[in-house]
Write a protein that binds this ligand. Structure first.
Ligand code: BES
Ligand code: ZN
Length: 592
């Protein structure tokens, strides 16, 4: 027995599924999916087969033509879930499992109509990364295994289903239900399975890109992301032809726990990106870049997550630089530096979670999640780029993609490849310090610009009275204001808050990065005029990146702690299970 992924029961001695055929019946009344999945192996297999499940009700396991076969559900592990062991008879090529999802499947969030923009119909969306696909489908839930898939999704008439796949037709079933078909011909890791069902409308942005959203937001979404084709072209210039045919996007309801999720052919996005000024499209650049770094070349397990995210952050800033110039990229690196410092501080007592090559046996990957694989990882990639020069590095990246396309790799495989193609480069940048040592090496690349230096100087002089001029205030772009706010002292006075809100009109900002940065400062200052806006944001938005700092800052004063507890009690039924867990852990760390 050899289990290559500490977060899966997958056994490398056993055969890998090659393709899934899914039938999913979406039941909004019960908040469950009734599922039939056929695992195709593409050849005759036999013997024990271990699948991942979590909270699933297994009804039957069959081999078509052979009938029911024996299966056994193992003990429930709080992180891994239950192993489903199937005794596969000789000459089997496919296995059919009939099942139903559990009521608290972590991959699924079932929204009441009131939690949507339109407020008239329910909504369902999935989020399978890291290891939640097993709460939706019994499968080999590890990126070591890649599967193509086809799916039929049965939903209430009037609702639309989308998946991380190409559309393959739909039909009214006549009984108040509607069937949507999908096909994903390219092999993907299970964490990229994705489904959303709701009142949806689409707008074409280019021949190969469209955006889906509720009818109430689709126009705003189409405006915000109108530049996506240009982004795809720039990304293709860097990484080669876009490998997934279409690039569609879905703007979700505000409880979506992430900024974006790179589901292939259907990036999922938080509606908090709809700033009204296209100032947050770097998240689209990021999810688009995953089409190469992550979806095409994939981490073999969460222990190598930096291969997905570090490369993608680097790629995102590379795209940004081409689109908006060196200054914009430098601001991106500065925002990343702040996120990295916050994460290093959060894990100061768990330095083992600050290395890139992680050891996650017995650790829930959602608990190990931080900006470290993103920003420390991106800095390692940038260091390699600076070491060998841009041109040579881009050639290397193309070779890397060619060598590993549609495979899932480890840090060791990556290092071996770099060793062969860029001899000496890993040693020259001291890659070992990034991979296996906590913290950030002093030698890591620094990203500066004149503008960034000016902003830093202003912010660090705040306590001694330096203030941006009226001219600067008028000229700053959203990213510049965001970095300025991030660099201010964490503990401001009430009059500091009054000054900031008056001069920057912060309370009414549509850019949620700015709004949340401001509300975090205001919460830490116990600044009462911000409480209503804080409450509004915390009741509406479930994005973990925002909830963590906001609830964290509310922990600093007795009055704001009481406010946080009161808001959480009201908001938590509307939060995604993942977000609820994060906030709970923040509240538990409050002083008694
Ligand atoms: N793949 C991630 C989201 C994710 C990570 C989901 C881990 C589940 C577990 C996605 O690509 C991402 O990184 N999103 C970021 C955006 C970004 C610009 C860094 C986010 O959600 O904030
Ligand atoms: Zn990412």
């Amino acid at each position: 027995m050899h289990r290559p992924d500490p977060h899966s029961h997958y056994d490398a001695a056993q055969p890998k599924a090659r393709r899934l055929r899914l039938k999913l019946g979406v039941d909004f009344a019960d908040k469950r999916i009734a599922g039939d999945v056929v695992l195709e192996f593409g050849r005759a297999i036999a013997g024990p087969l271990d699948l991942d499940t979590k909270g699933l009700e297994i009804h039957s396991v069959q081999v078509p033509g052979h009938g029911p076969i024996p299966w056994d559900l193992g003990e429930a592990d709080p992180i891994l879930g239950q192993r489903l062991r199937i005794e596969v008879p000789e000459e089997t090529t496919e296995i059919a499992i009939s099942y139903r999802t559990g009521v608290d499947a972590m991959a699924l969030q079932w929204l009441e109509p009131e939690q949507t923009e339109g407020k008239v119909a329910p909504y369902l969306f999935s989020q399978c990364q890291q290891i939640h696909a097993r709460t939706m489908v019994p499968c080999q839930d590890t990126p070591v295994v890649r599967v193509a898939y086809q799916a039929e999704v049965n939903v209430p008439e009037g609702l639309t289903a989308v998946m991380s796949a190409g559309p393959a037709g739909d039909e009214a079933l006549g009984n108040g239900r509607h069937l949507y078909r999908f096909t994903m011909p390219q092999p993907i890791p299970s964490y990229l399975l994705a489904l959303a069902v709701g009142r949806l409308e689409a707008r074409d942005l280019s021949p190969r890109a469209r955006v889906w959203a509720e009818p109430e937001t689709v126009a705003a979404a189409a405006w915000e992301f109108a530049g996506v084709e240009d982004m795809i072209l720039k990304a293709e210039g860097l990484f080669g032809p876009y490998p997934w045919d279409r690039y569609d996007m879905l703007v979700l309801p505000p409880s979506f726990p992430y900024g974006g999720m790179e589901n292939p052919r259907m990036t999922f996005l938080t509606p908090t990106l709809l700033a009204g000024d296209r100032s947050l499209v770097d998240v689209v650049a990021h999810e688009l870049a995953h089409s190469w770094t992550g979806n095409l070349v994939t981490n073999a397990s969460m222990e190598h997550f930096w291969l997905n995210e570090g490369f993608t952050v680097w790629a995102e800033r590379r795209i940004l630089r081409i689109l908006h110039g060196e200054g914009a990229a430098a601001l991106g690196w500065a925002m990343g530096q702040k996120a990295l410092e916050d994460s290093l501080e959060r894990f100061k007592d768990q330095p083992e979670l600050t290395v890139l090559r992680m050891h996650l046996e017995g650790i829930d990957p959602d608990d190990a999640f931080s900006s470290i694989p993103y920003e420390k990882g991106a800095r390692l990639v940038a260091a390699l780029e600076q070491e060998v020069g841009e041109e040579r590095f881009l050639r290397f990246i193309r070779e890397y993609m060619d060598a590993f396309r549609f495979t899932s790799i480890t840090t060791e495989q990556f290092c071996t490849f770099v060793g062969a193609k860029l001899p000496g480069a890993l040693e020259a940048v001291n890659a070992k310090a990034y991979l296996d040592k906590p913290g950030l090496p002093d030698s890591s690349p620094k990203f500066r610009s004149v503008q960034l230096d000016a902003i830093s100087t202003l912010a660090s002089g705040w306590s001694s009275g330096s203030r941006p001029s009226a001219q600067q205030i008028a000229a700053w772009k959203p990213a510049e204001l965001q970095v300025f706010l991030q660099k201010l002292p964490r503990q401001l006075s009430q009059s500091d808050c009054v000054w900031l809100d008056e001069h920057f009109q912060l309370m009414g900002r549509g850019n949620h990065e700015i709004l949340v940065e401001w509300l975090t400062l205001a919460a830490a200052a116990d600044y009462e005029p911000a409480f209503p806006r804080l409450r509004e944001v915390l009741l509406r938005v479930g994005r973990m990146k925002f909830l963590r700092p906001l609830y964290g800052a509310l922990g600093l004063h007795a009055r704001t702690r009481a406010l946080a507890r009161e808001i959480f009690a009201a908001a938590s039924p509307g939060y995604h299970g993942l977000s609820r867990r994060v906030v709970q852990s923040v509240l538990e760390a409050y002083p008694a």
